[in-house]
Design a protein around this ligand. Structure first.
Ligand code: HEM
Length: 425
């Protein structure tokens, strides 16, 4: 395996991102990639690439493969300008170094135009710690085990209408509502807040995709109200901080021993709400679509359910729902030979890393029991590695299919947000 690829450059070196330097990184080429990848249009540029513009996973993955070989550190002027990393080793090194690569400047591309910074994702170092500690306290497998019977009940209830109708949309009808129910259980929401989540999350994802910003804003405000409500309630009615995220957050203090800012406390719950509800339903669509086409795997998992956790990890690798998150460097760095200036967003494309053939041989193939599957980056790495990984695994664990209609997620996610299915026997 290639050695670590990040090296600091002299801090005084100038670092304009000139058009020339970009062009040398990404020449227009028409030859095939070494692994027989796509033949590209002679006018191909990163700015007009599927990796930047398309929502179609097949095209996106084909271009990641090309970029990995020809311009693994690519610059695009889309969304205000950002770097795209596509090599596993580069992305792993970047995600693992939370001192050089910070998330407080830009953690997601495209970023929220309102510039709102919510913890823990958009906080660094000591400022990140108390929020993360509070969430982790409630998200370890031992603490979460108590939720399992309730989660199974929600899965059955939400799947029932699809089974009865013999068809339905697994992402929108099942995934979104089930994820909302899981969130409600974990956060201890009351019935009304739970219903609001269940009814808002699907349309929220769809309207984000369609660019219906008015609805996105309204939904965002509704989520914010839910977060505000739960924080307010726990101030007067604290619950067991080992189980209840809001109560756990209220216990934490900053590095000077002071109470955490009430605005950021609400922001932390609001952020957990969104990250926890979007990825699972995209992944469920991918899993269902894959299993529909692979009856042998369906049968194998049915006859030996102990294989399901390993299958879930391989599904997360192959169909990584969050395309990637962003960081900015605190000083100039050189990544795979490209000089990257500070303060320019660098997207760590986890979806590309997870299909890098140098790390995962035959990367496009689903392989149950890959030896190095635990090294996938679908849940991230380092300080900001997914806080909800145990809850996500639990919700994905417990639940035949013919595909009829598909819709894809937009940046920063990749995958299905609509997958209509027909149940067959
Ligand atoms: C299939 C499901 C999920 C996937 C693939 C996923 C993936 C990720 C990834 C890749 C990150 C890293 C972000 C970065 O590098 O900047 C992340 C962060 C995070 N995830 Fe998840 N996630 C999932 C479900 C959940 C759930 C159910 C929760 C519920 C609590 C959750 C809570 C969080 C939080 C709070 C963070 C921010 C952590 C921090 O900044 O310290 N996620 N997730």
């Amino acid at each position: 395996m290639a050695p670590a690829v990040l090296s600091p450059a002299p801090p005084s070196a100038p670092h304009p991102i000139s058009a020339d330097s970009k062009a040398t990184q990404c020449p227009f080429v028409t030859e095939k990639t070494e692994s027989g990848g796509p033949v590209l249009d002679p006018n191909w540029t990163v700015d007009t690439s599927a990796a930047v513009l398309s929502d179609d996973p097949k095209q996106i993955y084909a271009e990641y493969e090309y970029m990995r070989e020809h311009c693994p550190v690519a610059w695009t002027s889309a969304h205000g300008g950002y770097w795209i990393l596509t090599k596993y080793e580069d992305i792993k090194a970047c995600a693992g170094d939370g001192v050089t690569f910070i998330s407080s400047v830009c953690a997601i591309v495209p970023s929220d135009p309102r510039g709102i910074r919510r913890p823990p994702l958009k906080f660094d170092g000591a400022a990140h710690t108390p929020y993360r500690k509070a969430l982790d306290r409630t998200l370890n497998p031992r603490r979460l085990a108590r939720l399992e019977p309730a989660l199974r009940g929600h899965a059955k209830r939400e799947l029932a209408p699809l089974l009865e109708a013999g068809q339905g949309d697994i992402c929108q009808r099942f995934g979104a509502r089930f994820s909302a129910a899981v969130e409600s259980e974990w956060l201890g929401l009351d019935e009304e807040a739970g219903r609001l989540l269940a009814e808002t999350v699907g349309p929220f994802v769809q309207s984000w995709r369609g660019g219906e910003w008015e609805f996105v804003l309204r939904a965002s405000q509704a989520f914010y109200k839910v977060a505000e409500g739960v924080m307010e309630d726990r101030r007067t009615n604290p619950r067991d901080p080992e189980e209840d995220p809001a109560s756990s957050l209220l216990l934490e203090r900053d590095s000077e021993g002071k109470e955490l800012d009430p605005y950021h406390l609400i922001g932390a719950i609001r952020q957990a709400l969104i990250v926890a509800m979007v990825a699972p339903s995209i992944l469920m669509g991918a899993i269902v679509e894959h299993l529909a086409a692979d009856k042998a795997l369906q049968n194998q998992l049915r006859s030996d359910p102990s294989l399901i956790p390993a299958a879930i990890e391989e599904f997360v690798r192959l169909y990584t729902p969050y395309r990637g998150f962003a960081r900015t460097a605190t000083h100039e760095v050189t990544i795979s030979g490209t000089v990257v200036p500070p303060e320019t967003p660098i997207t760590m494309t986890y979806a590309a890393a997870n299909r890098d053939g140098r790390q995962f041989p035959d990367p496009e193939t689903f392989m149950l029991g890959r030896e190095n599957i635990t090294s996938h980056l679908g849940f991230g790495r380092g300080r900001h590695r997914c806080a909800g990984v145990n809850l996500a695994r639990m919700m994905l664990r417990d639940w035949s299919i013919v595909e009829e209609g598909r819709e894809f997620a937009k940046l920063p996610e990749v995958g299905l947000i609509g997958c209509k299915v027909r149940f067959v026997v």
